[in-house]
Write a new protein. Structure first.
Length: 205
């Protein structure tokens, strides 16, 4: 089984867009949070989040997205549970890969919500996720036109499938993302954070 370092190298090889890199780091952080919460394999769950959109920059067509990546991951020897969950987060694969396991449900639940949280943090005066309130995210969620690319229905469905109250889910993901705020460009507008770029975060054990 390839390591997290291997997964990070694969991700950065195929994803050059900084915002997309940060999105996958955010989903990784959220997946690690839920792995700890549920007593699951944190490395496996984290790698699933880190790689879930690895082919999207090169293959944005949803007919290809995740299916191309599944081929890459099988060739590289990744766990089939990771591959299944990644395929399952694309609704076009629902018939062949329904979200019937906890890993798949968690990935789907953590995907869109990270985008809404990021967008909400970036319109704060300090552009920081630190101290971000759930109520602020919920307010922006109801605002038509704000972060229009974020599918609100997917956010609601994801939390429901995972069996977590939506407010609790938002709070959990804020907590997870706050732990790597600098890597996500969400630590605030101090001179040091303004020059921050997505990088391989050093995780404390």
């Amino acid at each position: 089984m390839p390591t997290r370092d291997d997964a990070y190298r694969l991700m950065t090889e195929h994803v050059k867009n900084l915002n997309l890199q940060r999105h996958m780091l955010a989903v990784e952080a959220a997946m690690r949070f839920y792995a700890r919460k549920y007593g699951e394999d944190e490395e496996l769950w984290g790698i699933t989040g880190l790689l879930h959109d690895c082919d999207y920059e090169e293959y944005p067509d949803l007919q290809q997205h995740t299916r191309v990546l599944a081929g890459w991951l099988r060739e590289a020897g990744y766990d089939e549970r990771i591959i299944y969950a990644i395929l399952a987060h694309n609704d076009l694969n629902a018939e062949t890969h329904p979200r019937s396991d906890l890993l798949s449900k968690a990935l789907y639940a953590c995907d869109e919500i990270t985008g809404l949280i990021t967008a909400t943090a970036l319109v704060r005066p300090n552009k920081s996720i630190l101290g971000l309130e759930v109520s602020s995210v919920r307010k922006k969620m109801k605002t038509k036109g704000f972060a229009a690319g974020v599918n609100r229905d997917d956010i609601v469905r994801g939390a429901a499938e995972l069996g977590v109250d939506l407010d609790e889910h938002i709070a959990n993901v804020i907590t997870a993302m706050s732990g790597i705020a600098a890597e996500l460009g969400l630590a605030g507008t101090s001179p040091s954070s303004e020059t921050s770029e997505a990088k391989q975060p050093a995780r404390s054990e």
